[in-house]
Design a protein. Sequence first.
Length: 255
Amino acid sequence: MKKIYLAGLLCLALFMTMVRPVGAASGTDHSSVRKTVEKKSRKDFIVAIDAGHQRKGNHKQEPLGPGSARKKARVSDGTQGVSTGLAEYKLNLAVAKRLKKQLLQKGFQVYMVRETHNVNIANSKRVKKAVKAKADILIHIHANGSARRSDHGAFTICQTKKNPWQKQYKKSRALAKYVLNAYCRAISIKKRPVSERDDLTGINYSPIPTVFIEMGYMSNPSEDRKMAQKANQTKMAKGIADGVEKYYKACVRKR
């Protein structure tokens, strides 16, 4: 009788090892895998920085997104300061270099898409370079221009929910919010709403959370002079870095 009882227990144990809960695969707990992916230390978190534009624009066309029939210029010329004459591509790189320093000080890794002005990198290739570098997020640094000199303020841009190529809406929107809030506090500039667009190559080719920051209007005399000052550029970079840090704490790993 005792042998029969032990044999029964053995069979039951064998049966239980063969049964898995619905939704499980090979004993893998998907929730724990998801948490492992999302939890990443700062030293392993890579921020890609793209200083928008370059010395000479490239007006050859490229698809708006992978496989798109619509096309646009590979790299536009950018704007320049109405008061200072400072070219946007120079301002963007000046802030990008300061941002790199700020992020490194916070313990993050940084990948720079460009570090000189004499390059010819299409917007789609800028994204591909960031992805190849295994970046976790991508930030495009830009400044704005307008026909109305009274326009002023900063804003960020991310994809819409219905973007046919980019599937990182929630994280991109969160990154856009955190960066914009911290930036505007740091530089004391008007905060305009986050803009959602699907017509930017720098977003549509990206499989990672991606945002543009428009740091201010170079067509506005006051903001142009403000952004041209090196001391303010350091503050601008610090604001963006603080926003990245807030995003990291909220969406990647709380420490």
